[in-house]
Design a binder for this molecule. Structure first.
Ligand code: ATP
Length: 721
């Protein structure tokens, strides 16, 4: 089963991809226990993790990550033009170390993290090798944790609830509640969130915690499980300098406990900078420096750009490698020429573009580059432990139960999720009730009943589309959690279905009852029950359809347009706007009208309402018309088919759409990356074939270096951006 055995699931996934899984050596965390607890981690959670033994939950394994000649190319625009975002990067990250990625805005920090974590965008192609413990590995779905730039959190939950639910979703079922609670409280203290622990995160209608606090909640969610390999994209953005220092200190303490931590960072203070072990400096996607953070100043001095004594080293590095403002600098230079001429700062005598060129060139021929390459070769030759998902340790039942509860709490607190829809449904059905009030059995009521049913099952169910923005928010949270291996897809689909059920029953039974009794549809309890059940099934089908759309189209405007379009087509072939026998046979009648849930809902409701009633004729002297006659001759409905059969089809559609939802998520997780990998390989093959006069030379078959130029595929379609 999904989720519970998160590890097994992931292992199976990698094995299926044809990767060799031989455990050669269990590498020991280099810095295990070195300075743990000395800085950062709160004594509470640190003690707990020590008592329980972090290895009991994660296994005695460490993560050595290497990347060699890593190049990322993206396609831009529709014309197939490409842009190289990262160019031949080589580096490594070892257990016990905190590596900082620095560089100007747009230098490729996030892309490097995405590439290492296997989460590149759909239009990005990666070449080069990324090895974890000397092996190719899939780092998404829990093998590595990744705190992305966006804080996708559930707005209606408090900070404490958010972290508690996350703990229950991932910690083993057998771990006592008090220990789970202590771990949650410890993590809250570590991230300095104790003052806002009971404040809601906030959403469009709820003012919640600040942006910096949200950032810290996102980090708390990932450090909760003490991941072996942790990526963080700008963890200190939006934080004040003191918070930035303490957060970085916590990350360093985590690293010192044998974990591997890589974080991109903007503008660290000198105190924060001192906490980094290794520094990867990027400019325009190229390596400016990779080595010990403490040796970076010396590197810049050797390259001819010494850091002035009173300047923060990181500020100096970034000033040297940010060429975005060269034009502004040139203009200033013209206006205050004398000052520049007198200055002994080399940056004021040359352009930054020139400084970057010199630095990159200097690095390429320096001992730092040589040492890095040597170390990468050394580390990547050691085949260490195969790391499977360190995501969830909870059972499938625990995951499904916790997700259902969390989703239910969210739905009940979010006014826009169901409450607003309930109000609109009640208002609209009261309008229907007053317009068709006590419709009766007169001659004109025949068409009125048809129109009423068609409006209820067409437009009223259509209004369920209003929940789409909430689904999109749910999907964003799901994608973040799923990529970090918090739970399985099946647990999510089940919980989402169950948690929505009470609200949908409330909405459809309340509005259905108003409509049924005001219009005075066919009397009798079973007729009433059929009507509300039919409404419930139709609304649930729309919800399931919209959820399936949300799983592939994360933009709510596009999703609503597509959902509305699909429903519009379904309505057209429902048998009301065009009678069933008149619908053009190929395609529209078969299969489209049978795929349309409106068709089954209307067929069932027409029978439910008209069968057994007798209607007045056009004039009183003509005989009365039985409902069966109208069904067959006016609405063209097969009266021999039971209305309960129509209802069964509707309920089956709910299951089909939910399965579709599940399949779509799985396809985007497993099949799409494979297809993209195949396309990337093809492109690289094409690129490596050189046209020479009339003949072509296949470099991939001739040149050993190109033959070993392994094309890695980005492992996930779910972009974090
Ligand atoms: N999928 C993509 N499609 C098109 N362009 C992309 C893609 N990914 C990255 N880029 C481009 O690559 C460059 C580097 O982007 P990236 O987000 O990695 O920079 P960054 O260093 O993280 O920037 P910041 O610090 O501002 O977040 C940018 O110019 C960006 O527009």
């Amino acid at each position: 089963m999904e989720g519970g055995g998160g590890g097994g699931e992931n292992r199976a996934r990698v094995e299926a991809a044809g990767q060799v899984m031989v455990e050669i050596e269990a590498s020991k965390p280099a810095g295990n226990g070195m300075v743990a607890g000395a800085v950062g981690l709160s004594p509470l959670s640190e003690t707990l993790w020590k008592e329980r033994g972090a290895t009991e939950l994660l296994g005695d394994v460490s993560a050595r990550l290497t990347w060699k000649e890593l190049t990322v190319t993206v396609t831009v625009g529709g014309g197939g033009e490409t842009q190289t975002v990262l160019e031949g990067l080589t580096g490594y990250a070892e257990p016990g170390s905190l590596t900082a990625l620095m560089g100007p805005s747009g230098s490729g920090k996030s892309t490097l993290l995405d590439a290492l974590a296997g989460r590149l965008a759909a239009n990005a192609f990666m070449s080069g090798t990324v090895l974890l413990n000397g092996r190719k590995a899939k780092l998404s779905f829990g093998t590595a944790a990744y705190v992305t730039q966006d804080d996708n959190l559930i707005g209606t939950l408090t900070v404490r609830e958010t972290i508690s639910y996350s703990a229950r979703l991932r910690l083993p079922d057998k771990m006592p509640r008090e220990e789970k609670r202590a771990l949650v409280e410890g993590t809250i203290v570590e991230m300095g969130l104790q003052d806002c622990a009971d404040t809601v995160i906030g959403n469009w209608h709820l003012r919640g915690i600040s942006g910096g606090e949200k950032r810290r909640v996102s980090i708390a969610l990932e450090i909760l499980m003490r991941p072996r390999l942790l990526f963080l994209d700008e963890p200190t953005s939006g934080l004040d300098s003191a918070s930035a220092f303490f957060v970085t200190q916590t990350l360093r303490a985590l690293a010192r406990d044998g974990r591997t931590v890589i974080a991109s960072i903007h503008q660290p203070s000198s105190e924060v900078f001192e906490l980094f072990d290794r520094l990867f400096l990027l400019s325009g996607g190229k390596t400016v420096y990779f080595g010990q953070a403490s040796e970076a100043c010396e590197f810049f001095a050797q390259a001819g750009f010494p850091c002035p004594s009173l300047r923060n080293p990181s500020d100096h590095f970034l000033r040297c490698i940010n060429s975005d403002f060269d034009k502004v600098k040139a203009t200033l230079k013209g206006s205050i020429k004398t000052r520049f001429e007198k200055s002994d700062d080399p940056l004021e005598r040359i352009t930054t573009a020139e400084a970057i060129r010199r630095l990159i060139e200097f690095y390429r021929h320096s001992q730092y580059h040589y040492a890095a390459r040597q170390k990468v070769d050394e580390i990547s030759q050691v085949k260490g432990t195969v790391l499977d998902s360190g995501g969830s340790q909870a059972s499938f039942c625990m995951q499904a139960f916790t997700l259902t509860k969390r989703s239910f709490v969210n739905m009940s607190r979010d006014f826009g999720y169901y409450w607003l829809r309930l109000v609109i449904y009640l208002v609209v059905t009261i309008c229907i009730g007053t317009i068709y009030l006590n419709v009766g059995t007169g001659y004109s009521s025949i068409l009125a009943r048809g129109a009423c049913a068609s409006f209820v099952f067409g437009f009223v169910t259509f209004m369920s589309i209003g929940g789409f923005p909430s689904f999109v928010e749910d999907m964003k949270v799901f994608q973040r959690e799923r990529m970090n291996g918090h739970y399985g897809v099946f647990a999510f689909v089940i919980s989402n279905t169950i948690s929505a059920m009470p609200f949908l029953i409330l909405i459809t039974f309340a509005s259905g009852t108003i409509c049924y009794f005001m219009v005075r549809l066919h009397p009798g309890f079973m007729h009433y029950l059929f009507f509300v059940l039919c409404l419930y099934a139709s609304v649930t089908v729309v919800e399931s359809l919209m959820m399936a759309i949300a799983s592939v189209i994360p933009n709510f405007l596009m999703g609503i347009i597509i959902g509305a379009g699909i429903q519009g087509i379904f309505m057209l072939v429902s048998g009301y706007f065009r009678l069933p026998n008149d619908i053009p046979k190929p395609f529209w009648r078969y299969p489209m009208s049978y795929i349309s849930f409106h068709y089954w809902a209307l067929q069932g409701q027409y029978q439910n309402d008209l069968k057994g009633l007798v209607f007045d004729n056009q004039t009183p002297d003509l005989p009365k018309i039985p409902g069966e006659y109208i069904l067959e001759n006016v609405f063209q409905i097969d009266v021999n088919r039971s209305k309960w059969w129509d209802l069964t089809v509707l309920f089956s559609m709910i299951i089909i759409y939910r399965l579709l939802f599940f399949v779509m998520i799985k396809v985007s997780e497993d099949v799409t990356p494979w297809i993209r990998g195949y396309i990337a390989r093809r492109r690289l093959q094409k690129k490596s074939t050189i046209q020479y006069g009339n003949s072509s030379i296949d470099l991939a078959n001739r040149t050993p270096s190109l033959r070993t130029y392994v094309v890695e595929t980005q492992s996930s379609s779910a972009s974090t951006r």
